[in-house]
Design a protein around this ligand. Structure first.
Ligand SMILES: [Fe+2]
Length: 291
């Protein structure tokens, strides 16, 4: 099974053919990575100083909100915050344009989330097994419930030293979910509103979020699964871009430094085939409505 689907576009402004758009939609909804090996994000001469771990503080990421323009996570060494903000805004805009041109069926339903810059080496960065993204996982975040919405992410490797971003790509969502679901208890009644009340989540943690967090943890905690699950390594060289539903495609980041990432949230109803979404798969497997 190929986990990657390639496009040879070299220009962020490219218009895609109807065939290309149709393929992109069906492939990404099946959990594949849409890969643009010739599409690099250009770092201007005056921005090259940002390609340093000193660009971030303790958070290890610079985070940008394209709607408000808010920039967080910069280290004290960043002298020209406005130049960094403009880099982030440019990536946010190009990533957004790429999604709009390649996946126009999603249209305004794809809501732009945070843009992040990760200048810290990914290998050896984790402080716990749960945060260890070198283990295969699907994305789910404890404090940020999505209530079933999809997580669509666009990544660009901007490494200036010729180093790739090295991933592993795992098995499809459904066999993974089938393997772990029986060991996951149902959420405690009333726990979603309580977590929100005490400020532990930014919005209500739905039953869907509960199951996704548990799957994320069960995958990472199971070292036999990590070793034996159907998987393949894939290296994304510098000056390449890729996009994938990271809530669906099992992935692990083995190494790499200097990455730009843009998140989009997509309601399941906006998909061409909602039945392929983690929400609909989990509802079918549990026999429950989860949001
Ligand atoms: Fe991830």
């Amino acid at each position: 099974m190929s986990r990657i689907f390639e496009f040879d576009t070299a220009d962020w402004e490219t218009a895609f053919s109807g065939d290309q758009r149709g393929m992109a939609l069906s492939e990404i909804e099946q959990g594949k990575v849409l890969y643009f090996p010739k599409l690099g994000f250009r770092i201007a001469e005056n921005e090259k100083a940002f390609l340093s771990p000193a660009t971030v503080g303790k958070s290890k990421n610079v985070s940008f909100d394209a709607v408000s323009g808010d920039l967080h996570g910069t280290g004290p060494a960043v002298a020209d915050v406005e130049a960094l903000r403009s880099l982030m805004a440019r990536f946010a805009s190009q990533a957004s344009g790429l999604v709009a041109k390649l996946l126009p069926e999603y249209g305004a339903a794809a809501v732009q989330g945070r843009t992040s810059f990760r200048p810290v080496e990914a290998a050896g960065r984790a402080s716990s097994w749960r945060k260890d993204d070198t283990r295969l996982h699907v994305d789910a975040f404890p404090s940020s419930p999505v209530q079933g919405r999809r997580l669509l992410r666009v990544f660009s490797n901007v490494n200036p030293e010729g180093r790739p971003r090295c991933w592993r790509l795992g098995e499809a969502f459904e066999p993974m979910a089938k393997r772990f679901l029986s060991s996951i208890p149902a959420p405690l009644p009333g726990s979603g509103p309580l977590l929100q009340f005490f400020g532990l989540t930014k919005s209500r943690r739905s039953a869907y979020d509960h199951y996704m967090l548990q799957l994320h943890d069960k995958m990472k905690a199971d070292l036999a699964y990590q070793a034996e699950a159907d998987q393949a390594p894939f290296d994304f060289p510098p000056s390449t871009t890729w996009m994938v539903f990271t809530d669906q495609a099992s992935h692990a980041v083995m190494s790499g430094q200097f990455l730009l990432e843009q998140t989009f949230y997509l309601p399941v109803e906006a998909m061409r085939d909602p039945a392929t979404s983690p929400l609909k798969i989990l509802e079918r497997l549990t026999g429950r409505v989860l949001v």
